[in-house]
Design a protein around this ligand. Structure first.
Ligand SMILES: Nc1ncnc2c1ncn2[C@@H]1O[C@H](COP(=O)(O)OP(=O)(O)OP(=O)(O)O)[C@@H](O)[C@H]1O
Ligand SMILES: [Mg+2]
Length: 293
């Protein structure tokens, strides 16, 4: 029995190579029940590859995966789900023309006497959404008529249909506005309270600071740093992600701490990506490149 102090999912020394690209080298990660672990890193750091290994899309070349104390091999998405690992991919993979109930039970339809049990599925849909305190007006409207945040909510609710122990969320707030981001962060909080282990991939340092308990930084396919929340500042995180302390975000934060006033020259709008994909605090991978683009 896992009392919450032992990891529900552990990766040890994971390697993954794609041709000439060593996407992951000796990467380790633990998730405990009731814990939100943020996985951060620059573009190409290996975050999605690591998630795809946990969700059975890719097989690691080396290393060990331990689930609930037992070594496992996750040789496909079905094996991952059967263990109790649910993944909400960035594109959500919802069917726009189907209603909320149909999406929640896609591939897991409930039947009674050989026909779809719509009443039971609708009842269960409301129950799932209520557990998440989700603000969905009706479960009989097509996904196409929901907002981005509501769709994210439906995708997260769908991941819970199989009663998983670990939920992985790939950039769940990337396309959302401020209020919807707050709603999704509240939802993550509820997953934690339900005792699930949550792996949150994000570029948004504000999200990390808001909900994560621990943070893993991947850099160039390696574990670059691990922090407990509260013991790390945003600029330290940025330094670990970029591998440098000489970037504008870290510099300004250091100046702020020493109390020097900020002048207009200090304000570099390119420290925050203007691509609409991230909220405040989204870190530019390379300010110069962004500016030239
Ligand atoms: N299927 C694949 N075939 C070849 N190379 C791949 C494949 N998937 C990933 N890679 C490479 O592995 C490295 C890690 O990629 P990955 O997608 O895991 O990064 P990431 O951290 O998710 O980046 P991003 O923040 O841009 O999503 C990159 O160099 C990428 O080009
Ligand atoms: Mg990725």
């Amino acid at each position: 029995m896992n009392d919450g102090s032992q990891p529900i999912l552990s990766l040890r020394g994971i390697d993954k190579r794609f041709g000439a690209v060593q996407a992951l080298s000796d990467v380790s990660l633990d998730v405990r029940p009731g814990e939100v672990v943020a996985l951060v890193g620059d573009n190409g750091a290996g975050k999605s590859t690591l998630v795809k290994i946990m969700s059975g899309v890719y097989q690691p070349d080396g290393g060990e995966i331990v689930f609930d104390g037992l070594p496992v091999s996750i040789n496909g998405p079905k094996a991952s789900q059967a263990l109790g690992i649910a993944t909400v991919f960035q594109d959500l993979a919802l069917c726009d023309n189907l209603d909320v109930v149909a999406n929640l039970f896609l591939g897991h339809e409930r039947t009674s006497g050989g026909v779809l049990d719509e009443v039971e599925m609708e009842r269960h849909s409301w129950e799932l959404l209520r557990q998440l305190s989700a603000k969905i007006p009706s479960v009989r409207i097509p996904i196409a008529s929901l907002s981005g945040g509501q769709r994210q909510t439906v995708a997260i609710a769908r991941s819970l249909v199989g009663e998983p122990k670990v939920v992985m969320l790939d950039e769940p707030t990337a396309a959302l506005g401020v209020a919807q981001t707050a709603e999704v962060l509240n939802l993550i909080e509820r997953l934690r309270k339900r005792g699930l282990g949550v792996v949150l991939i994000t570029h948004n340092m504000a999200d990390v600071q808001a909900v994560a308990d621990r943070i893993y930084v991947l850099r160039l396919g390696h574990n670059s740093a691990e922090f407990a929340i509260g013991e790390v500042t945003t600029e330290q995180l940025v330094a670990a992600i970029t591998g440098a302390s000489d970037n504008v975000v870290a510099e300004r934060a250091a100046r702020d701490r020493t109390g020097s006033a900020i002048t207009p020259e200090d304000i570099d709008p390119y420290a925050v990506l203007p691509d609409g994909a991230g909220g405040p605090g989204r870190v530019s991978p390379d300010p110069d490149q962004e500016r030239d683009a």
